[in-house]
Each structure stands twice: as structure tokens, then as C-alpha cells.
Design a protein around this ligand. Structure first.
Ligand code: HEM
Length: 128
């Protein structure tokens, strides 16, 4: 269904590949490793479930874990503007390195995630 949701266009396999690649970059990003668990397996499973529903596929996250309450769930972690940019840079790199996702779909997905990421910021940058 080329005209359907972003999820229909990207498909479960490419989305899973994207999420795996994304967390491999998160694991190498010094701004992000202090707030993420060392083992990102469960985090990646939850993110794949969330993005599946967010992009218009089956609401897997809601079915498994309830309402995501994303901003509240991120409050225990210090998310500065610099960390939000680092998170988005990991996503941008993962999109670039997932050729199954077209450039148009990658742009649309990145724009949607950028809008959500702004709302996860809950702390100010540290002065240099
Ligand atoms: C979980 C950081 C943006 C969706 C997490 C966790 C951290 C984190 C530290 C907890 C990992 C764990 O304990 O397993 C960040 C940072 C962001 C960001 C620094 C930068 C802005 C986003 C965005 C989304 C998102 C934009 C959605 C589009 C999720 C989901 C979880 C999660 C679904 C799992 C929640 C759960 O435990 O059930 N994030 N996040 N995050 N994040 Fe983010």
C-alpha cells in the first residue's frame, strides 16, 4: 500500500532494521550513554513497538505497556537540548544507513520525530 501510512510504506522489516541501527549509534554517543541502560535490548523492543503505532501500524506499545505518557516517562532522565540534538543525529544517521527507507519517507519520519523530541527536553544545557 504505497499510498497508506508511513508504516505501510516503510514496513516492519525496515523499521526493525532502523531501530537496531539507531541504538547501535546511541550506544556510541557519549552524550547519550550516561542516561541509557548498557543493554539496550528491551529499550529497542519498546521503541519498535512505539514507532509501529506512531507511524500508523498496529498499536503494539499501547497493547503491551499501556499509554506511553512519553514526556512523563522521560522525566527521570536529564534531557538537555544538546542531548535531544544528539538523539536526532543518531536517528538521522540510522535513516541514512537504512536504504530500504526512501529519502521522502526518511524526511517525513525525521520531521515527525523532531517535533516529538522537542517535548522531551526537560533540562537546560550545562554551561561550557
Ligand atoms: C525511553 C532518552 C526522545 C520514545 C527512553 C529512555 C531514555 C530515553 C534514557 C529510557 C531507556 C530505558 O530505560 O530503557 C531519550 C532522549 C531523547 C528521547 C535523550 C531526546 C529527545 C524520544 C522520542 C521518542 C522516544 C522523540 C518517540 C518518538 C521512547 C520510548 C521509550 C523511551 C517509546 C521506552 C519507554 C518505556 O520504557 O516504556 N528514552 N529519548 N524518545 N523513549 Fe526516549
Amino acid at each position: 500500500n504505497a499510498g497508506g501510512s508511513l508504516y505501510d510504506r516503510i514496513g516492519p522489516d525496515a523499521l526493525s532494521a532502523l531501530v537496531t541501527r539507531f541504538y547501535s549509534y546511541v550506544a556510541q554517543e557519549p552524550l547519550l550513554t550516561p542516561i541509557f541502560p548498557a543493554d539496550l535490548t528491551v529499550t529497542a523492543e519498546k521503541q519498535l513497538a512505539f514507532l509501529t503505532g506512531f507511524l500508523g501500524g498496529p498499536p503494539l506499545y499501547h497493547e503491551r505497556y499501556g499509554h506511553p505518557r512519553l514526556r512523563a516517562r522521560h522525566l527521570p532522565f536529564e534531557i538537555t537540548p544538546a542531548r535531544a540534538r544528539a538523539w536526532l543525529a543518531c536517528m538521522n544517521a540510522a535513516l541514512r544507513d537504512t536504504p530500504q527507507i526512501s529519502a521522502d519517507d526518511a524526511r517525513e519520519l525525521y520531521a515527525a520525530l523532531s517535533r516529538v523530541a522537542v517535548h522531551m527536553v526537560n533540562a537546560e544545557d550545562h554551561p561550557a
